[in-house]
Design a protein around this ligand. Structure first.
Ligand SMILES: Cc1ncc(COP(=O)(O)O)c(C=O)c1O
Length: 375
């Protein structure tokens, strides 16, 4: 199969430029400090079973799109959790347990973050309470229960599960380990972002002194994107063009960048990209994203299953890559941008471009993965 030969146009919904763009390395490192970033790498790299996840090259795809290189950070190999989220929640649990070992931790989750908190709690022998909404699949629920967590199902959506988590945790004196920040709750979400920046540290040693010209980052509440941008500010000399991609049903970063202030989205349809189906960008990430992101793009769900399949059957690279629903929007937005001459020119994609994509998860929901690639 080739992209161009099958006449399928890859879909995007909206593409906008950030009118307030101005990359300020020092300002970014004021929001997430060099010390926090360095401490995360020092701690996580000492964990049992730690190794850098592979940085694959999608050589077949870069040939076809006429780009120099497409790097794909394959987080399906991250510990046994198969997602970059293993770096965030579990690290935050370790940080707060250093202050007090006698705690019960809690969190609300769409799946991957909760798995990381449960795993982090298990590593340290702590009890753990996980709140999920009825949208979270049974296999994700079971994965957290298997790690020893008490999983509590809440009626409604992710926000309802968070409200219930805060309510019960306050009553029972459980320590909330959330990846979302709100007023007076910023330290723990910062730890999760510092954990995510470990990916950037690994990438810097994997690119062999090559430059990265573009980086495409998925966003739910924006923690991963902001953690990676802090990593860019900390480790890279040449700053790439930074693009954020989101589901069109939950494009809270795009809508906030459009008006220059946080905008809450009313999610009317849950995206297949469940980890990114978030209605509001988190406070600390927003401070970083608001001026460092150059472009935002939103996508419908249409090309997700197809892209997972093409990565899985090595149509894009020489190796087979297991990519979950949340791992493919980078690839989709890159192909869609190359197919649109105006966007391609605007964002300066050409034969000298080295694009970094984050394959943020593998088959974290195995049942869903099988269903989608067999569609
Ligand atoms: C696999 C995966 N990718 C990306 C995201 C988005 O990360 P963030 O919410 O930090 O923006 C999530 C969130 O849960 C996720 O699970």
């Amino acid at each position: 199969m080739t992209i161009q030969s099958n006449k399928h146009l890859w879909k995007y919904t909206e593409f906008i430029e950030n009118k307030s763009f101005s990359f300020d390395r020092n300002k970014i490192l004021d929001s997430l400090s060099k010390e926090d970033i360095d401490d995360a790498y020092l701690s996580i790299s000492r964990w049992d079973g730690y190794s850098a996840t592979p940085l694959e090259e999608l050589t077949k795809l870069s040939n076809e799109l006429n780009l120099d290189k497409i790097y794909y950070k394959d987080e399906s190999k991250r510990f046994e959790l198969k997602s970059f989220k293993a770096l965030g929640g579990a690290y935050a649990v370790e940080k707060i347990a250093k202050e007090n070992r006698n705690i019960i931790v809690s969190t609300a989750t769409a799946g991957n973050h909760g798995r990381s908190v449960a795993w982090g709690a298990k590593r340290l022998g702590l009890k753990c309470k996980i709140f999920i909404s009825e949208n979270v699949s049974e296999s994700r629920e079971q994965a957290m229960a298997k790690l020893g967590a008490d999983v509590i199902k809440v009626k409604g959506n992710y926000e309802n599960s968070l409200v219930e988590c805060i309510k019960q945790s306050t009553k029972n004196n459980w320590k909330i380990v959330q990846d979302v920040a709100w007023n007076n709750y910023t330290t723990i979400p910062k730890y999760t972002m510092a954990g995510y920046s470990v990916m950037m540290k690994e990438i810097v040693s994997q690119i062999n002194k090559n430059n990265i010209s573009h980086i495409i980052l998925q966003a739910g509440v924006g923690g991963m994107a902001a953690g990676m941008i802090a990593g860019v500010a900390r480790y890279l000399k040449t700053i790439p063009i930074i693009i954020v991609v989101e589901p069109d049903s939950a494009s809270c970063v795009l809508e906030s960048i459009r008006i220059g202030t946080i905008k809450k989205i009313d999610i009317k349809r849950e995206s297949l990209m469940g980890g990114m189906s978030c209605g509001e960008v988190s406070l600390v990430p927003w401070e970083i994203l608001r001026s460092s992101v150059k472009y935002c793009i939103s996508l419908p769900d249409d090309d997700i299953a197809k892209t997972m399949k093409l990565l899985g059957n090595s149509s894009f690279s020489n190796t087979k890559i297991i990519a979950g629903e949340n791992a493919v929007p980078g690839v989709i937005s890159l192909i869609a941008s190359c197919e649109n001459e105006k966007i391609k020119k605007t964002i300066q994609l050409n034969k000298n471009s080295n694009v970094l994509l984050i394959g943020c998860e593998g088959d974290t929901d195995e049942k869903m993965y099988k269903k989608l690639i067999n569609q």
